[in-house]
Design a protein around this ligand. Sequence first.
Ligand code: ATP
Length: 375
Amino acid sequence: MAGITAHEVTKSFGDTPVLDRVSVDIRDGEFLTLVGPSGCGKTTLLRIIAGLESQDSGDVAIGGVNVDTLRPKDRDVAMVFQSYALYPYMTVAQNVALPLTMRRMSFAQRLPLVGRFVPGSRQARAGIDADVAAVSEALGIKHLGGRRPAQLSGGQRQRVALARAMVRNPKAFLMDEPLSNLDAKLRVQARAEIAELHRKLGTTFVYVTHDQVEAMTMSDRVAVMLGGKLLQIGPPQQIYDSPATLEVARFVGTPEINLLPARVRDDNSLEIFGHRWFGFAEGAAAGEATIGIRPESWSIGGGHRALSLTGVVQHREMLGSETLVHVRVAEAAKPIIARVDPRTGAGFVIGASVTLSVESEHILIFDRDGKRLAV
Ligand code: ATP
């Protein structure tokens, strides 16, 4: 087991800057997810940690030891790829055993007579078979040992890839979008399984995804990346409730946070669409601003001491467990989306006039540069 530290890691491919002084301190045993839109550099950072790519500057340490000069196989981390990278002509059991057979072979080549087992001996094979059986059992793929990857479902292949990573008991697991080839239903199941596996093993997991739901549901902490920079790192709920910037606020949450142009005035009032509200921007610096309100923060109907806007219901999405009401407010560029209880949501018919209200603690205020203002 080991924590992983990346310090000021910078990387360009030719003229394209990909990582810009990224520092992250991943704790021993933690499940940390690097999340961000396609192209933000998360895979590159993971590959640098694994040693599959080298950084232009900055350092990486695993378990407190600098690994910059170590080859991937000497870093003692296991990587699980999106494609699973299984060998098609090998059986499931042979694929799972591969890290052990390769490792003992190479060890044997260097030091033929020293080691746990004499390579190729019955003893060595029995040791490997026992390890493969144990992880296959743990991941529920023991009965598939004789099949080839082509004879497996996507979910089973994903488990074989995990088993292969687990079998050599690495210091850390590095996973690059391991669920993206699964259908939506299997993905939900696999999410829970990977989180459970992490709890059981207690090993450091570094997980890359562009899917913010995966990031939010599985991780101890989430690191949000954008354009080669790490913008914010923290527990999922903290990232959701207290995004440091407008970009982070927009990236997490579905439907997206509602954003409205506003202005903080010198008298500490918050001006939205020509109306001024007091008690919402105390202490915030005056100037152009954007306010962000999560869909579930709205209530429909007036509220005590709440900021309210009036509009017309334009669309309604009934999702079973919740209803999304799209409200067109004359001055706003886009309809505002409110997430409401389906029992009340059914009452909001298209064309009806409604008042949306929100309490001050649910309003996030960002300055002109997108930085969140403390209020
Ligand atoms: P995705 O979710 O699409 O995999 P990502 O956030 O993981 O995206 P990276 O794969 O790290 O992003 O790629 C970041 C940028 O670096 C992209 O613009 C990509 O085109 C570029 N890039 C990645 N690998 C190489 C390479 N070997 N040579 C040149 N450019 C590369």
